[in-house]
Ligand binder design. Structure first.
Ligand SMILES: NC(=O)c1ccc[n+]([C@@H]2O[C@H](COP(=O)([O-])OP(=O)(O)OC[C@H]3O[C@@H](n4cnc5c(N)ncnc54)[C@H](OP(=O)(O)O)[C@@H]3O)[C@@H](O)[C@H]2O)c1
Length: 313
């Protein structure tokens, strides 16, 4: 079977497509025939060596976090899934390994694929959908009537965060680049700001939550946009920001929350339910596994809307 691996940190040129034998499963594991794998900024941050502290530096390493596929074989102790089931799933964010024809998973790594969407759309759900749910429901704890600003609203997480925040009854301001203005309005944003024309620093309003998905907005700059008791959500965990936010949150009404994605069975249940009830999944581009380097290069350049996926045979 084919698998994408790398033997050193670097840019996309380090990614290699190799032939390996199909892995074997233990009795509590499942073998999945992978149909599609989504591209996440986390992928190139990990193989670029930006997250060595979490990923470790032992090679070879593999790529690809979230996927859709079909159960090829179920271990004798697996009770929730059987051969032939269509599933979505998510592997360890820092170890990856989904970019392969076959992968081995535990039952808690997967959920039944929503029946109404394609395998390509389904692969685009787990990382960004679960992140959006965690941000909206837990970190920002958004409730009806609140004002929410989402900075970077046309990216993978942003598309879902806008829709979920609207479902929770918030008034949503989406900050996007020019080509996303009409799109963000389609997903339900009440106000759309083009950051190339109106810098976020010039906005006159204050919000109950400011969610930064661009990694360009600091807490110091966001404070001006926050009501006296409000949340700023960052997606960039680091030892320094975790300590800083802990101390800040003891004393300030303006809280800083940092996303560290924690997939749960309940999160998967909520996500599948949202998808089956019309959550819009926006696909930008699809690539074959032999074009994997191009896929990640284009993701790193940005300016796509929604998610791109790699399709396997
Ligand atoms: N900590 C965790 O557990 C965790 C989990 C999931 C994701 N993440 C992180 O969360 C972030 C968002 O993920 P994603 O998948 O949504 O990434 P993405 O698809 O790359 O989206 C990023 C968005 O930011 C926008 N952007 C870029 N510059 C901007 C600026 N100056 N002002 C406003 N918006 C700007 C981009 O729009 P344009 O390209 O149109 O400018 C794009 O829509 C990534 O950094 C990812 O690594 C962290």
């Amino acid at each position: 079977m084919k698998k994408v691996i790398y033997n050193q940190f670097g840019d996309e040129s380090i990614l290699e497509l190799v032939e390996q034998t199909v892995p074997e499963i233990n009795k509590d594991q499942l073998l999945i025939r992978v149909k599609a794998v989504s591209i996440n900024p986390l992928d190139w941050k990990v193989y670029g060596g930006e997250m060595k502290l979490m990923s470790g530096s032992k090679f070879p390493k593999s790529v690809g976090i979230d996927f859709s596929g079909i159960v090829e074989q179920a271990g004798s102790a697996a009770t929730r899934f059987k051969t032939g089931d269509a599933v979505i799933g998510l592997l360890d964010v820092f170890k990856g390994g989904a970019l392969a024809d076959y992968i081995v998973v535990k039952e808690t790594d997967i959920a039944a694929k929503p029946t109404n969407i394609s395998f390509e759309q389904a692969a685009a759900l787990p990382v960004t959908g679960l992140s959006a749910l965690q941000i909206v429901d837990q970190l920002a704890a958004i409730s009806p009537g609140q004002d929410v600003l989402i900075n970077g609203a046309t990216g993978g997480v942003g598309v879902f965060a806008v829709q979920i925040a609207k479902k929770r009854g918030a008034t949503v301001t989406a900050v996007v680049s020019t080509k996303g203005v009409a799109e963000a309005a389609k997903w339900g944003a009440d106000t759309v700001i083009d950051y190339t024309k109106q810098p976020i620093s010039s906005l006159p309003n204050q919000y109950d939550a400011v969610i930064d998905l661009s990694t360009k907005l600091s807490f110091a700059d966001a404070k001006r946009l926050l009501k006296p008791k409000a949340f700023f959500v960052s997606t960039l965990p680091s030892p320094l920001t975790l300590v800083y936010s802990f101390v800040n949150n003891l004393f300030s009404g303006k809280k800083m929350k940092i996303l560290i994605l924690k997939p749960t069975v309940e999160g998967f249940r909520k996500l599948v339910e949202l998808a089956e009830n019309g959550l819009q999944i926006v696909l930008d581009k699809t690539y074959s596994i032999s074009n994997v380097r191009q896929g990640y290069q284009e993701s790193r350049r940005g300016k796509s809307i929604g998610k791109s996926v790699i399709v396997l045979n």
